[in-house]
Design a protein around this ligand. Structure first.
Ligand code: UDX
Length: 438
């Protein structure tokens, strides 16, 4: 099939590559000529394991191209996937400006064809319920203005890929959700994903739109639940990891997303939890559970810092090393990373800061220019009064902690992700504090 993907951000780029790998002819379209040129030359503007190699392979095979010229590719596309950004508005609701611009452009470009069929326009961006209908309206308005009839059909096709595992998730999804209000749209969208062999669920467009928000909000709820429980575990002397383990063996709960820590970050959970609440409030409802999910998440970095201060006392003048800056390992993305409020607070308290992260230092340097950025992990640890582990990078977890202890001025380690072996850390001479499990 011939597929156009509009928007070459995380989701858009991964989708172009995954669909080309599935045997389709794919064109990625973006308004940013620098980005398009880079992608066309095989350069990925983000760090994502395996994606750049796959991109180069598909470019070389000739099934994948990138352009700024939507008009050039749109006319012979069977499916147009919209994967443009939907950043939060001032009130947390999704800003659909980019989506409207693309929809209107489609309406100005679509041409009738002799078979009397039109393309399927599927929204991949995470959008509020009802957006599919609005996109249809925007396209139709432009067609009507031109006096042209093109029988295009709408679909919703939410994406569930995770950063750091984007290509894997796009090629091996747990499920493909297709929201379609006509049999032809459903059938064409099913054929797009047929090569993946993944289970497919066909719903209405509104249901598909809600499934995406509901899934992210539920995963965020699991995390905030465990983070709040960790606070109680600490008070009553229970170990949150053992508790999570025992809960996860119940198939109704499952072991995933029960990892307590310093709170969730990234480009999706914080934004989607807020957007779902904004949608609720526009519908005259308030989602109390999600309010709590957000509030626990906002206060989790502060809770962690409180623990650090209760051990170290005033932080003024202390040499503190922060390991991990990105919101999770395997990415260079620092959006909504819990490391941001933590660095901010440490700075305000007058601590001297050194940071190390395999991928996130360039971005963090722009926000915190006075932090010292170490060029490697051993250098970051040298002469520290305390170490705060904020992202569970493999390099950090696998580090030779046994021999590093003597490099620190004071051997305090606060593990915000519960990834180091507490028993061994104590044995090696550290004063080690995890999250509800020391
Ligand atoms: C998420 C969803 O998983 C994905 O389906 C959706 O398409 C986009 O949003 P992503 O943001 O890439 O993906 O990362 P994810 O692995 O879900 O982690 C999100 C945040 O939650 C990270 O900050 C992570 O550290 C945190 N997290 C995750 C926890 O604190 N505990 C857990 O048990 C799991």
């Amino acid at each position: 099939m011939k597929i156009t993907v509009v928007g070459t951000g995380y989701v858009g780029t991964t989708t172009t590559v995954a669909l080309a790998m599935s045997g389709h002819t794919v064109c990625g379209v973006d308004v940013d000529p620098v980005k398009v040129q880079a992608l066309q030359n095989g350069h990925l503007p983000i760090f994502e394991e395996g994606l750049q190699d796959a991109l180069r392979q598909e470019l070389a095979r000739g099934r994948l191209t990138f352009t700024c010229d939507l008009g050039q590719v749109i006319l012979d596309s069977d499916v147009v996937l919209l994967a443009v950004g939907t950043p939060p508005d001032a009130d947390g609701s999704a800003d659909l400006t980019a989506l409207e611009a693309v929809a209107r452009q489609l309406g100005r470009l679509f041409q009738p064809n002799p078979n009397q069929t039109g393309p399927i326009v599927a929204v991949k961006s995470t959008v509020p319920v009802g957006t599919g209908a609005r996109v249809r309206g925007w396209i139709q308005q432009e067609l009507t203005l031109r006096g042209v009839h093109v029988p295009f059909e709408m679909a919703s096709n939410p994406e569930f890929l995770r950063e750091g595992r984007a290509l894997h998730d796009a090629l091996h999804p747990d499920r493909v959700v297709i929201g379609a209000d006509t049999p032809r749209a459903a059938q064409l969208m099913e054929s797009v994903y047929l090569p993946l062999g993944a289970p497919q669920l066909v719903t209405s467009i509104r249901d598909a739109e809600m499934i995406k928000y509901a899934s992210n909000a539920f995963l965020a709820t699991k995390i905030s639940f465990m983070n709040e429980l960790a606070r109680l575990c600490e008070r009553v002397g229970a170990n949150i990891q053992q508790v999570a383990h025992g809960m996860g063996w119940d198939a109704r709960i499952n072991p995933h997303f029960l990892q307590a820590g310093i709170g969730y970050g990234g480009s999706c959970f914080p934004k989607d939890v807020q957007a779902l609440q904004a949608l609720a409030s526009q519908s005259g409802l308030s989602l109390q559970i999600l309010q709590a999910v957000e509030s626990v998440n906002r206060s989790q970095p502060g809770w962690f810092l409180q623990k650090v201060k209760s051990v170290l006392g005033p932080l003024h003048g202390l040499q503190i090393t922060v390991l991990g800056l990105t919101f999770k390992p395997g990415t260079d993305d620092i959006r909504e990373s819990p490391a941001i409020p933590i660095l901010k607070h440490l700075e305000e308290q007058g601590a001297h800061l050194t940071a190390y992260d395999p991928k996130g230092m360039a971005a963090m340097k722009q926000r915190f220019p006075s932090v010292l950025y170490a060029s490697n992990l051993p250098e970051a640890l040298r002469d520290a009064d305390a170490v705060l582990l904020l992202t569970e990078w493999k390099e950090v977890v696998d580090h030779d902690w046994a021999s590093s202890c003597k490099e620190l001025r004071q051997p305090f380690v606060f593990d915000g992700r519960n990834v180091l072996n507490a028993e061994l850390m104590h044995q090696w001479g550290y004063s080690y504090y995890g999250v509800a499990r020391h």
